[in-house]
Design a protein around this ligand. Structure first.
Ligand code: PCA
Length: 204
């Protein structure tokens, strides 16, 4: 059976949960003959890519999808680009806060996602889940991880679907926040299933 790797992040910035991992952890273990490998990645610049690359080497996935929280977002953001910049406005979970640094000094300025982003947005919207393409995954740990993933796949000639989806807060996270958008976990998990079916269609 072929593997699809999907990851979420650990909570950060004082939160007790991260909806990115919450939305994937209960996904079915298999979908249409593909094994769905779900992993939680540390929200840190130093560890995140090492964990991801180790999982890729272990599971040899045929597609890799990363999920992260974008607090304050009003819909799912299907990320198309990773930039070679790390510039953090808050420290990561190891207390590290890079300013204006490269992700990988010798690498290109940017990489593009290779998963079927247009189809994912279309299918999510068809199912009533607000989503759009996004041309910036920021300059924090999410962008860092997507950049490392796309760089690794490119430099090892692995032409497989890979990309990133940012998800909004879920309701339990915004009880004490004013005027901040949130959605429910069920909707996010449904979105993950729609996205995986869309990716799998491309692999068949
Ligand atoms: N979101 C952060 C890092 C971890 C996460 O879930 C980001 O957007 O960079």
């Amino acid at each position: 059976m072929k593997n699809i790797l999907i990851t979420g992040f650990t909570p950060f910035d004082g939160e007790s949960i991260n909806p990115s991992y919450e939305s994937i952890k209960n996904l079915d273990d298999t979908i249409m003959n593909f094994q769905i490998i779900k992993k939680e990645i540390d929200t840190s610049f130093s560890q995140s890519h090492l964990q991801l690359l180790a999982y890729i080497k272990t599971y040899q996935p045929v597609a890799v999808i990363l999920i992260g929280q974008a607090g304050g977002a009003k819909h799912l953001r299907i990320e198309r680009v990773a930039i070679n910049i790390q510039d953090a406005s808050i420290p990561d979970n190891k207390g590290y806060k890079p300013v204006d640094q490269y992700v990988i000094k010798s690498a290109p300025n940017a990489y593009f996602s290779t998963f079927p982003y247009h189809e994912i947005v279309e299918n999510l919207i068809d199912e009533g889940i607000p989503s759009s393409l996004s041309y910036s995954a920021g300059s924090y740990v999410c962008n860092h991880l997507l950049f490392h993933l796309l760089h690794y796949l490119k430099t090892t000639n692995q032409n497989i679907p890979a990309g990133f989806i940012h998800v909004p807060y879920i309701f339990s996270q915004v009880k004490d926040k004013k005027d901040v958008y949130a959605t429910d976990l069920e909707t996010l998990t449904k979105a993950m299933n729609i996205m995986l079916h869309t990716v799998i269609k491309e692999l068949l």
